[in-house]
Design a protein around this ligand. Sequence first.
Ligand code: FAD
Length: 402
Amino acid sequence: MAKPTIVILGAGYAGLTAALTLQKNLTEDDAKIILVNKHSYHYQTTWLHENAAGSLHDNHTKISIDKLVDQEKIECLVDTVTEIRSEKQHVCLAEHGCITYDYLVVALGFEMNTFNIPGVTEYAYTIGSIDKSSHLRQQMDIKLAAYSKQKSDHPFTIVVGGGGFTGVEYLGELTDQLSDWCKKYQLTKQDFKLITIEREHSVMPGFNLELGEYAMQALENKGITFYLGTSVKRVRADHVIVEKNSWTQEIPMSMFIWTAGVRANRLIEQSDLPNKNGSVEVTADMRVPHSKNVFVIGDSATIYHPEHGEAVPPTAQMAMQQGKICAKNIVAMIKGDKKEIKPFNYKEQGIIASLGKKDAIGILFNNKKIFGREAVMLKRLIENRVLYQLGGLSLLRKKKKF
Ligand code: FAD
């Protein structure tokens, strides 16, 4: 019998973990495995706010996929997925044409959600991928250089749309960078105005209130002004229009960065997979409902909390856990061991948000709240653990964070 072909789309946390787990559990004779990714490298999405602010070099965030996977077992295709057709059992790629699969793992991640606010697509910078983060940092440099030459009376105003997890992490890095920017462009801190617009009445809505308060206080101390209960209504080239209690205000700005919300990859919305705004409500074993051989994992999958029934917010740790269980289920199916097909049980390990290099906040699996130095240390530990899980000791040595 011909060996089955497993195609994995996306080498983010979910897809890469699935590929590495398959590689460990299958031989070359068991299956042909193809991993498709836009780039020849995986990037650490959880570090992108640092790349965007310029506190971390892009190369540190990129990890060559060739160095992580065994190419005897996995064929890596650097290409862009353009179509998913499950009824034809194929996916199409921009350069390599269409490939037929026996098992498909869709792990194409997220993209920024603009909520159709006029001007966000045209004028906002985002932190949605390594390319977008690099672009934001490069544009910041170009605009700061121009500003320092023209010596305007107006401050260099950076407006961040969204005071959620990504916005807060970016603001922490941004404020850390101010001294360097002042030196590099002969500016003073008074030349900067830093504003964050948040629709809800607290920072990091949905997160713990006390931790949100701590984050806001820490960032205000570093020079950020928060406009809470305020919505972004329109973005133009040089100003943002915001609304609070039916009053609108125009905020002149030099750069607008949109961090408020993510959505599943649009490609899934255009596919024939059942989905809601690109996200697939997967079955317990991470399959598409009524499908025998298509799995969706990571930020493109919706799963519900077993206790309160609400959708679980997607995270890197969840993406990695799903990658592992999905791969193990495919192995069980290939080996005809139905008993080994397992449901996904999310093990919440807690979450930590950085507020720059020296401060952080977090909530642990046992609901313990942590702040400051302790949270910073734990965040580093988690980041280093992820490196170890993806590439063992050699990757940890090369990329570890202190
Ligand atoms: P991704 O990591 O987005 O991977 C998707 C992959 O698919 C990418 O390699 C992409 O290039 C590729 N791809 C996309 N489209 C195509 C295409 N058409 N063709 C080919 N390839 C394609 N989570 C945490 O748990 N802890 C944190 O501290 C944390 N911090 C974060 C900080 C920031 C700034 C951001 C943006 C997110 C953070 N998250 C964090 C969330 C976490 O990064 C995501 O939940 C996680 O990346 C999801 O993994 P994924 O594999 O589903 O998708």
